[in-house]
Design a binder for this molecule. Structure first.
Ligand SMILES: *Cc1c(COP(=O)(O)O)cnc(C)c1O
Length: 462
């Protein structure tokens, strides 16, 4: 189904909009993503590779095996025994500031903005990929048995392990938060680490990495160019691993594993997800890997009565233009936001991506409910309001999910979605999860600027 003319018009005029995915189904099927995956060196793209629940379980097991080691590497993980998790907290004050009526469901916040080690949702995907690489290098070099158990992993702290890791390097292209995550875990394990950053990446993120001994390579162009140049440099080195944000399955599955924690937390709070108790999840979206990984995990683990929506800045709706296009095969179009006259400049630096991950769009065809866009001013107001209402300190990117309930409940498109999915009658028993995605390590002075900008914008409103 072609995208409607009014929606296209709003997209080009950089006005907030909600687009509904016409190919969503309710199947809990494995997804074919082979053409969209990263390949290493001579290997040719897999013709047909499916991902399913078993792959997400493998990622969870990897996190569990590494937990004792992580608890030793990062003091902030000692208390949790190496488990990296964020709270899922009721947020009634958010429901009222969004103007939600009592019959429209409850609001919870999934607080990935406070994830330890990386300070953002990237703690999930980024750590997982570096751990998987470390495991592979360790097994190949006899540091771990071929079927290791959790008790074996502390051996990776040994002098010999560090010598092996120091010969290997990990590289990544990033707007900031992925670089922070990869740089921190890679350098903690003893790998050489380099992060390729675009000009718009925040100075404090570069500083924080350099303090950890990570090499920061700055590129004049945008995020997509930083990734391309980082990738080109790494393929020439057999001991280098490039974390490819545009097509990495390991990143994707690391994010998806978050849903086991979400399922447990929902159950602990007595929240059921079924036809009479729908769940809505609102996820800030950059290149698409993090929200798509989580949405895929949600479909596999929580089923089709969970409805996922992505949030993109009005100037950077790259996954929207990719999914609108309808065809994401290997030869299909790969549009950028520039093609629609948008400029990709936004204060939401974690979401400032001009071209989508095809892995994300391929995995989302049957899964995603829709995508909405948010203006920068709105993100700033949410920064201020989240602090006032819930005492949460998040970065602008991380607030994009906050617009979700209003987009769903308060727009004609949102009403159409509720109607067509038969959800109107069940709203009172519904749960809205707003996923906050970054902010823990934002320097206080920088945070203060966002907060004041949001406060001033709110004061100007009639
Ligand atoms: C990276 C990031 C996202 C989105 O992840 P993608 O994989 O780029 O879509 C959302 N919020 C924050 C704060 C991020 O850093």
């Amino acid at each position: 189904m072609p995208t409607s003319a009014p929606t296209l018009m709003r997209l080009k005029q950089s006005l907030p909009l909600l687009w509904l995915n016409p190919t969503r189904s309710t199947a809990v099927a494995a997804q074919e993503v082979g053409h969209a995956l990263a390949t290493t060196g001579s290997e040719s793209p897999a013709e047909s590779q499916y991902i399913s629940l078993a792959d997400i379980e493998a990622a969870r097991s990897r996190f569990e095996r590494f937990a004792p080691l992580l608890a030793k590497l990062f003091p902030e993980l000692a208390a949790s025994g190496g488990v990296i998790e964020s709270a899922l907290s009721p947020a009634p004050a958010v429901a009222s500031l969004l103007g939600m009526a009592p019959g429209q469901g409850r609001v919870l916040i999934k607080q990935d903005h406070a994830l330890p080690v990386a300070g953002s949702i990237k703690a999930r995907g980024g750590l997982h990929e570096v751990l998987e690489f470390a495991e592979r290098v360790a097994i190949a070099n006899g540091l771990l048995p071929s079927q290791p158990s959790a008790a074996d992993y502390v051996a990776l702290l040994s002098e010999r392990a560090r010598e092996v890791f120091a010969r290997h390097s990990v590289a990544v292209g990033s707007t900031g938060n992925l670089g922070l995550s990869i740089g921190v875990i890679a350098s903690a394990l003893g790998f050489k680490a380099s992060v390729h950053m675009s000009a718009d990446a925040k100075a404090w993120k570069k500083d924080r990495l350099r303090q950890r001994g990570v090499e920061v390579v700055e590129h004049a162009g945008d995020y997509a160019q930083a990734v391309a140049q980082g990738r080109a440099q790494a393929v020439t080195d057999p001991l280098a691993h490039f974390v490819d944000d545009e097509r990495s399955l390991s990143l994707f599955l690391g994010y998806a594993a978050a849903v086991f924690g979400l399922r447990r937390q929902l159950a602990e709070q007595g929240i059921v997800v079924d036809a009479q108790h729908p769940l809505f999840v609102y996820l800030p979206c950059g290149v698409g890997g993090a929200p798509a990984g989580i949405a895929f995990g949600i479909r596999q683990i929580l089923g089709p009565h969970a409805h996922c929506f992505f949030a993109e800045p009005v100037q950077s709706p790259c996954v929207l233009v990719q999914m609108m296009d309808g065809s994401d095969g290997p030869q299909g179009p790969h549009p950028t936001v520039y093609d629609y006259g948008l400029h990709n400049r936004t204060e939401a630096d974690g979401l400032a991506v001009p071209q989508a991950s095809r892995l994300a769009s391929a995995a989302m065809r049957e899964v995603l409910g829709g995508i909405y866009t948010v203006e920068d001013g709105q993100l700033m107001r949410f920064v201020y309001q989240l602090e006032q209402a819930e005492g949460l300190r998040v970065e602008p990117s991380a607030t994009a999910g906050m617009a979700g309930p209003s987009m769903l409940l308060g727009t004609p498109e949102g009403q159409r979605y509720l109607q067509e999915s038969g959800l109107q009658a069940h709203l009172a028993q519904s749960t809205h999860v707003v996923w906050t995605t970054g902010g823990l390590f934002v320097p206080p002075a920088q945070y203060q600027q966002f907060w004041e900008a949001g406060r001033d914008l709110l004061a100007q409103q009639p």
